[in-house]
Design a protein around this ligand. Structure first.
Ligand code: ZN
Length: 316
């Protein structure tokens, strides 16, 4: 079965450890070409996330995008997805689609010009914050728990205009509600779970999940063990209550996965890297109808991106 994954941090790992080989490596990277092929990953979103020690230096955003081209897109089996047509063609050509997003706008330092440059370089998604505050809004671990700044509201407006898909994962709750209010387009949570099942700040409350669904967004259930369950170790089966919760809130057509592979240092038992994604598919097939499983692992994200990716590479 085809798989669409909405979030991984392989680029961040490549930035820190340039020796890792995406095309061949069996260890070091969770997401490799071999592993994606083995499990049936058809589309993978690659986030540009700068670890805090890079202190939001835009140079490293550009270097991450260079790594995306040099290490990931260089494999002929991969295809860069910048537009609706790219997504349609990747599926038709049986190539693995690669989406590019930014996790946290810190490195833009308030410059919408830099945002437009990234859009021109093929960026399609924007996570507003990581865990801390930045110039646009507060992240979930910022004690102040504020919402958007005036500059941040300008960012929302420009993302809407440019057709950039905004991501609420890591955003503090006040900002979540402000974004839903201000955005003229649906937003996503690329890698967040249900707080009713696992009460962590990074997870979404039932009210947030309902609101995302009502706004035609999609929620990517994530494999970060502490966001899945308090237990240790956490079995892959513990993802099921999160799926059930989102479905119970009306989200069976608004649910996908965002693994966070290569952004995690502990893994769900049975789901230790991207090559084991097909085991999750098998688990889901034992619990849900096949057509629902197809939507969860691919169809819901595919439908959302086909609707909301830009029509053209050029900036409007
Ligand atoms: Zn993240």
């Amino acid at each position: 079965m085809k798989i669409f994954d909405a979030h991984c941090d392989a680029l961040s790992k490549l930035l820190e450890r340039p020796g890792l080989d995406f095309a061949r490596a069996r260890d070091g990277l969770d997401v490799t070409l071999e592993r994606m092929q083995a499990s049936g990953i058809a589309v993978q979103n690659f986030a540009v996330y700068l670890p805090e020690r890079y202190s939001g230096d835009f140079r490293y955003v550009l270097e991450s995008i260079d790594l995306f081209h040099e290490r990931i897109l260089r494999a002929p089996q991969m295809r860069f997805i910048r537009t609706k047509a790219d997504l349609r063609n990747a599926a038709a050509e049986h190539r693995i689609g690669a989406l590019l997003s930014l996790e946290g706008v810190d490195s833009l330092h308030g410059s919408l010009a830099l945002l437009r440059i990234l859009r021109r370089l093929g960026l399609t998604g924007v996570g507003i914050t990581w865990n801390r505050a930045n110039w646009a809004a507060d992240g979930v671990l910022e004690p102040r728990q504020g919402g958007f700044t005036a500059a941040g509201l300008g960012l929302i407006e420009e993302c809407n205009r440019l057709g950039l898909i905004m991501d609420v994962s890591h955003l503090a709750e006040p900002g979540f509600w402000e974004l839903l209010e201000a955005s003229r387009k649906p937003v996503i949570a690329s890698h967040s779970n249900a707080a009713a099942i696992s009460p962590r700040k990074r997870n979404l409350t039932d009210a947030q999940i309902r609101a995302l669904i009502a706004a035609e967004g999609v929620i990517g259930i994530t494999f970060v063990p502490p966001f899945v369950s308090e237990e240790e170790p956490v079995a892959m089966e513990k993802l099921l209550p999160h799926i059930d919760r989102v479905c119970a809130l009306g989200g069976s057509r608004h649910l996908g996965f965002g693994s966070d592979f290569d952004g995690i240092r502990e893994w769900l038992v049975g789901l230790e890297h991207a090559g084991k994604y097909d085991r999750l598919v098998n688990l889901l097939l034992r619990h849900y109808r096949e057509e629902d499983v197809e939507r969860f692992v691919y169809g819901n994200w595919f439908r959302f991106y086909m609707e909301h990716l830009p029509d053209e590479e050029a900036v409007p």
